[in-house]
Design a protein around this ligand. Structure first.
Ligand code: AHN
Ligand code: ZN
Length: 336
């Protein structure tokens, strides 16, 4: 540990404990957050979008990160390496998981623990694999090709790697665990005609939910990032999150609005989505909020790039990465 950096870090923290009077009287939105109560808030470190963008592009440079491929293995090493470089205690969970068609997936969940001694913990998570099928592509001949998953996969990881980098520079009051789940996106495609199987999405988080990286692991709450880097992205309050982690949804959307990201974080409900947060809640009983791109007026619900060959670096927007990253930072640096 670098003593000088720790010292400067502490001074920084002290300097930046700012009293922010809630000045949301001017906002005319539908009013979550309510009255203007003065509140002491810690100013979180500044999210660096260039850095996050670089982490997204470094993942896509490996190619599609589909389990059982070389690119997948190499990208897993890259992610674990970044976490380690940022000072996390890194856990690699290797597991053979059974896919919808009984393919055995050599899966790897990668977890980085910051301040592991603390009993006060917050879980941040994202999936790091990419889908083996572009089964929503407008060109049918591409439906069995893997996707690059710049938004669907790499964006959540990129944002959280940038959070990890900042955690090393300035520690918040709580311990943070960053979990990168594998095999989220290997769910049964429409063209599969074999016998039905339940729960074919989110295989990595299902495994972790049953066998956490630390025995009996728990956290106050979790935040899942999924497709958080797309141009024109919008984040509605996903219904399962609202029902099982309502106060955290309020906290996150309130923080986003205060920071000026209300255009991304919409104060209305989105439909229920099967995603890693469902298993985090069901299997570990940790309330977990899914911040996921959702689109009211597009066919798929998840945007026009979703599960297509267009999900590449061209659609990644630094402003969206910042809206999500800075909001997450604000929330975790304000946990006492
Ligand atoms: C389903 O399509 C069942 N869930 C969406 C979860 C997902 C897929 N997130 C990214 N890719
Ligand atoms: Zn997907």
């Amino acid at each position: 540990m670098d003593r000088k950096r720790n010292f400067t870090g502490s001074v920084w923290t002290l300097l930046f404990v700012a009293v922010v009077a809630c000045s949301n009287n001017s906002h005319k939105e539908d009013g979550a957050g309510g009255g203007a109560v003065a509140e002491t808030r810690v100013e979180a470190p500044a999210f660096n979008a260039d850095s996050a963008y670089l982490y997204v592009s470094e993942q896509t440079a490996f190619g599609p990160r589909v389990p059982n491929t070389e690119a997948h293995g190499a990208c897993g090493d890259y992610i674990a390496g970044r976490l380690q470089a940022f000072g996390a205690v890194v856990y690699n969970q290797y597991a053979d998981l059974v896919a919808y068609d009984n393919t055995l997936l050599k899966a790897r969940n990668i977890i980085g623990a910051f301040n592991p001694e603390s009993k006060k913990r917050v879980l941040l998570c994202a999936h790091w694999d990419s889908r083996p099928y572009a089964d929503q592509d407008k060109d049918k001949t591409r439906h069995r090709n893997p996707i690059l998953g710049a938004n669907d996969g790499a964006s959540g990881v990129g944002v959280l790697l940038e959070v990890a980098r900042l955690l090393q520079e300035q520690a918040p009051a709580v311990g943070i665990d960053i979990a990168f789940f594998d095999a989220e996106d290997y769910g049964s495609p429409y063209f599969y005609t074999g016998p039905y199987k339940a729960d074919t999405w989110c295989l990595g988080s299902q495994y972790w939910g049953r066998v956490p990286h630390v025995e009996g692991y728990t956290a106050r709450f979790g935040i899942l990032l999924d497709m958080v880097g797309g141009k024109g992205g919008t984040f509605y309050q996903e219904r399962f999150s609202k029902q099982t982690a309502g106060s955290e949804v309020k906290k996150i959307w309130g923080a986003a609005r205060r920071l000026g990201y209300g255009g991304w974080f919409r104060q209305s409900e989105g439909s229920e989505i099967t995603d890693d947060h469902v298993y985090v809640y069901r299997l570990r009983h940790i309330p977990c909020v899914d911040i996921i791109n959702y689109c009211l007026d597009c066919e798929s619900g998840f945007g026009d790039f979703w599960h297509t060959t267009d999900d590449n670096m061209d659609i990644i927007d630094k402003a969206t990465l910042t809206a999500v990253g800075q909001t997450v930072l604000d929330v975790i640096y304000n946990e006492k």
